[in-house]
Design a protein around this ligand. Structure first.
Ligand SMILES: Nc1ncnc2c1ncn2[C@@H]1O[C@H](COP(=O)(O)OP(=O)(O)OP(=O)(O)O)[C@@H](O)[C@H]1O
Ligand SMILES: [Mg+2]
Length: 231
C-alpha cells in the first residue's frame, strides 16, 4: 500500500482586517494511491480550502502535508507550481479557465508548461472525451457553465495526474452530462491508477467512492469506507 497524500494536524487561519479566522483545524488523514475519496459537508465547512492545501495551491498555517512523497510545507510558490504541474490535476469549483485563451488552448496549457510534444492532439482527444470536440475554438465566455466545467475537467486530465482533485465536478451539469463526467473520472481512476479526491454535495456521487470524509466547522467529523469493493 502506497500513501500518496498524508495530512498531519493541518490547520488554516486567514488574517483579514486585523482579525484572524480559523477555517480548518486538526485535520489528519492519509490517502492510498489509486483510491477514491469524497469530501462532503455543509457550505463553509472548509472543503475547498482543504482541497487547495492538499493540492499545493495554498499553504497550511499549521501541520504538514506530503504529496506523492514531497513535503509541501517548505516549498515556495514556484516549487509548488512545479509539483502541481507534474503530479496534480485540479478541477476548480468556479472553473478558473483563462478568459483570453480558447477552450482548446486552456486544455493545452499544462501540456505546454511541461514541454510535451503533440499537445494539440492530446488536448483535442480530451475535448472529445468530454463531448466538446467541436467547441475548441470558443472562448470561455462563449460557453455555458456546464461546458466550462467540462473544459476544466479536460484540462485537469491533460497532464495525466497521479492525483486528481475535483471541487464539485458535476455541480453545474444536467443528469446525463453528470453521468458522462462521472464515468470519465472513475475510468481515469481505473485505467491510469489516478487517485481521485472529490468534493461534492451530491450524495449519490459520494456513495460511489470508496471512502467518504465528512467535515463540519473546519474539522473532520467522520471518515468512513462506504464502498468496500471500490478502489
Ligand atoms: N481568503 C479567505 N479569507 C478569509 N476567509 C476565507 C477565505 N477563503 C475562504 N474563507 C472562509 O473559509 C470558510 C471555508 O470556506 P470554503 O470555501 O473552504 O468552504 P466550502 O466547504 O468549500 O463551502 P461550499 O460548499 O460553499 O463551497 C468560509 O467561512 C469562508 O468564508
Ligand atoms: Mg467549496
Amino acid at each position: 500500500m502506497t500513501i500518496i497524500l498524508s495530512i498531519k494536524n493541518v490547520g488554516k487561519t486567514y488574517q483579514s482586517g486585523g482579525k484572524s479566522l480559523t477555517v480548518l483545524q486538526h485535520i489528519n488523514f492519509e490517502v492510498e494511491a489509486g483510491s477514491t475519496l469524497s469530501i462532503v459537508g455543509p457550505s463553509g465547512s472548509g472543503k475547498t480550502t482543504l482541497l487547495g492545501l492538499c493540492a499545493g495551491l495554498d499553504r497550511a498555517s499549521t501541520g504538514s502535508i506530503v504529496l506523492n512523497g514531497i513535503p509541501l510545507d517548505d516549498l515556495n510558490e514556484d516549487e509548488r507550481a512545479r509539483v502541481r504541474n507534474q503530479h496534480v490535476g485540479f478541477v476548480f469549483q468556479n472553473f478558473q479557465l483563462l478568459p483570453t485563451l480558447t477552450a482548446l488552448e486552456n486544455v493545452m496549457v499544462p501540456l505546454e508548461l511541461r514541454g510535451q510534444r503533440n499537445s494539440r492532439t492530446t488536448a483535442l482527444e480530451l475535448l472529445d472525451r468530454v463531448g466538446l470536440a467541436n467547441r475548441g475554438h470558443h472562448y470561455p465566455l462563449q460557453l455555458s457553465g456546464g461546458e466550462q466545467q467540462r473544459i476544466s475537467i479536460a484540462r485537469a486530465f491533460s497532464n495525466s495526474p497521479k492525483i486528481l482533485f475535483a471541487d464539485e465536478p458535476t455541480g453545474n451539469l444536467d443528469a446525463d452530462t453528470s453521468e458522462t463526467i462521472e464515468h470519465l473520472l472513475f475510468n481515469l481512476n481505473k485505467e491510469m491508477g489516478t487517485t481521485l479526491i472529490l468534493v461534492t454535495h451530491d450524495l449519490d456521487l459520494a456513495s460511489r467512492t470508496r471512502r467518504v470524509i465528512r467535515m463540519k466547522g473546519g474539522a473532520v467529523v467522520s471518515d468512513t469506507v462506504v464502498q468496500d469493493n471500490a478502489l
